[in-house]
Design a protein around this ligand. Structure first.
Ligand code: PHE
Length: 343
């Protein structure tokens, strides 16, 4: 260790000129960074013997303080004089604009459906995506050996438990939670994301979205269900829309039906969207099975109700004629931008 080393750095410091914040930072690193010249002297200092330590301790500390003071002084100079940042920092230049995002087609459809049912007096209810077997299956009258309870169809979070956790396969679980927590009359719609163990293709995905609805009161009949669905279909697809119901089966409704709406593309003449039939399937529905009401503590002799459920991607597909489900999940900007005007 030599005094010259310290003097050399002091001389360098005296000459130091910085124009921009980056120059100052570079200089700081050059002196005080991990591999900086001052740091190197301190490293060397640790290894020298006692005598030299006495001799160099103070000058070294003074050197470090001088470097720090100089850096602070230079910083003050740059801050007080914005123009010294150089031509890249013209503060009068207009900023870069951020393109405004657009709403996702599934969100647009969900909002439309929610607004229609809000007008009919329905409240929105939400529930957990990670649910238990009881709320997804048991309380909805699924028999113990129903295929939906198989690993093939349902994603289990914790298997081998009497009431395992799983990813909900439909938002009917929220209807169960509504029946448990609300007083009759109940009028709710339950929008949400659901999960099924399906191979991903143009027509199927392991994640999709539903809106399900539930109405329970005294004297609710199948005629009320038909009327609600017809009104909804006309609000959603246009005032000329007709509906058709076909018998179906769900464990939680009896009787059950699947609903088709008249194809508003060809108006019944037959096109490739409705596959020449003039009808498009949009939802499943039915009268709530008395077992389901009783399981949630509702007197099935006094009350009755209907439920329905639809897939949002399917409705969006019909609305915008997108023929591949995967587009909804890939978030390709070119696809999403198509919906910019729908904001
Ligand atoms: N939960 C059913 C499904 O996911 C849809 C449905 C809801 C059917 C309510 C009837 C009544 O397919």
């Amino acid at each position: 260790m030599k005094h010259e080393d310290i003097e050399k750095i002091l001389a360098e410091l005296a000459e130091l000129k910085c124009k921009t914040g980056k120059d100052i930072e570079d200089a700081r690193v050059r002196f005080l960074g991990k591999k900086g010249s001052v740091t190197a002297l301190f490293d060397e200092f640790r290894t020298v013997d006692k005598e030299l330590k006495k001799e160099f301790g103070r000058p070294l500390n003074e050197l470090k303080q001088a470097v720090q003071a100089k850096i602070e002084e230079l910083k003050g100079g740059v801050e007080s004089d914005g123009a010294s940042e150089g031509p890249g920092q013209d503060l009068s230049m207009p900023g870069d604009s951020f393109g405004l995002g657009s709403r996702h087609p599934v969100s647009i459809v969900r909002q439309e459906i929610v607004e229609i049912f809000r007008k009919f007096g329905y409240d929105v209810a939400e529930g957990p995506e990670v649910e238990d077997d009881y709320h997804v299956f048991e309380a909805l009258n699924f028999p113990p050996n129903h295929p939906a309870r198989d690993m093939q169809d349902t994603f289990f979070v914790s298997a081998g438990h009497p009431n395992p956790l799983l990813l909900r396969t439909h938002t009917s679980s929220v209807q169960v939670r509504s029946m448990e927590s609300m007083k009759v009359p109940i009028r709710v719609i339950c929008p949400g994301r659901v999960f099924r163990n399906e191979a991903i293709s143009a027509r199927a995905h392991c994640i999709f979205h539903q809106v399900e609805g539930l109405y329970i009161d005294e004297n609710v009949t199948f005629a009320d269900l038909k009327q609600a669905i017809l009104l909804f279909a006309r609000e959603m697809f246009g005032p000329e829309t007709e509906i058709r119901m076909r018998p179906s089966y769900f464990p939680f409704t009896e009787p059950s039906a699947e609903v088709d709406v008249s194809c508003n593309i060809c108006h019944g003449k037959g096109c490739n969207i409705c596959k020449g039939t003039g009808w498009l399937e949009i939802l499943g529905c039915g009268m709530v099975d008395p077992n389901v009401l009783e399981a949630s503590g509702i007197d099935s002799k006094k009350y009755s109700g209907f439920a329905f459920g639809m897939g949002l991607e399917r409705i969006a597909m019909l609305k915008w004629r997108v023929n591949d489900l995967r587009h909804y999940f890939e978030n390709d900007m070119r696809f999403l931008k198509e919906f910019e005007t729908s904001l």
